[in-house]
Design a binder for this molecule. Sequence first.
Ligand code: B12
Ligand code: SF4
Length: 222
Amino acid sequence: MSLPTRRTVLLVQLPIPPLGPAPIRGNVPLAAAYLKLWADSHALGSLYDIDILPAAETNCLSDRALVATLADRRPWLVGFTCYVWNIERTLWIAAELKRRLPDVRIVLGGPEITADNAWVLDTPDYDFAVIGEGEQTFAQLLLGLLGDEVPPLSVPGLYVPPAPGACRFDPSRRPPFRTPLPDLNALGSPYLAGILDAGDEQMLLLETTRGCVFKCKFCYYR
Ligand code: B12
Ligand code: SF4
């Protein structure tokens, strides 16, 4: 198999919509940074240029300007981190980006991507959706796409929808469960690796445990 030329992967985490004109703060792309760190340290950095869209663009641009800046970078694949506060805008940006770059692959990940979220999984403008912890799944996806349009083997945590036109939310395609990493130390630190700079937001996020049981009594927003 001949190796493809280097491919550009862009990771994007849209912020909470601001209530007013004050600058947006606190939108740290921690998930994207871990995805990049894991993929780069598993030899994928020699085949893919994995970049995180800088805060100056992510946090400041309008919807249309964001689409334009993403398209100008000619990405081979764009990965979006989807939270409840950015999912609608993310899906709109993804749809517009697909219109501008029909060949771009769109990957959705984050807490909004669950096996039963038909509202998201039924939408037409994405190619893959990652359910649960992302690092291993994303790396296996990038590996699987080296020679194929779709990974040749089933990847735990990776939802591969039917082609647009069919019903995109198909519970029978639910992927095998992605077993989380047994030890977070295996990840390393995106700050020490120089992917994130704590000075940008004057804040350093330190993940000591992972996952959400979605039922703690004191979690006031559940
Ligand atoms: C820390 C935290 C906060 C901090 C945020 C600090 C900061 N600046 O980031 C604070 C306390 C401020 C906070 C506030 C809120 N939070 Co909060 N928070 C969390 C918490 C505990 C951890 C989030 C985190 O950073 N995880 C670490 C990263 C690496 O994990 P991750 O984002 O899930 O990403 C992984 C996968 O999802 C996947 N992935 C993610 N993106 C992508 C992209 C691609 C392409 C791929 C392939 C994979 C992938 O791979 C990643 C690595 O494994 C989660 C619960 C939890 N345990 O997950 C809730 C959570 C994210 N929060 C939630 C909510 C609702 C809120 C609030 C809106 C609450 C409120 N009503 O005010 C606010 C507003 C958020 C804000 N930014 O201001 C919800 C989001 C629900 C949803 N469906 O989006 C969660 C899931 C909690 C819950 N029980 O529902 N939060
Ligand atoms: S307090 Fe519990 S329910 Fe709330 S985010 Fe943390 S683990 Fe999830």
